[in-house]
Design a protein around this ligand. Sequence first.
Ligand code: ZN
Length: 134
Amino acid sequence: MNKIEHIGIAVKSIEQSNTLFKALLGEAHYKIEEVASEGVKTSFFKSGPNKIELLEATKPDSPIAKFIEKKGEGIHHIAFAVDDIESEIQRLKNEGFTVLNEVPKKGADNKLVAFLHPKTTNGVLIELCQDIPK
Ligand code: ZN
């Protein structure tokens, strides 16, 4: 894995949290993107070389809605950038991790993504992401 690509934070309202994170980071979000297949709306912030992704549920059965119901708002996942997501998935499976998406799916921000089940990663949902070649 190359680096932490972003940290994902589950929020109840992107609109309110955009205001809050703008005040926190001193800079407004640079994009909003809806991933309809996942039932989420996302917004992205930069903090120096780092990125923060806010996630709001767009439907009641969205994974973000379920997360907030169980745990409240807060850090939802940590995403790592990888060069070759398929070989990372294979490597991590061989290491005994439970990969939730054996076939990577299209995520926000022009990425292919796959998640590791938090039960195999000390309770932290891990996202792998690879840029989709343009
Ligand atoms: Zn993410």
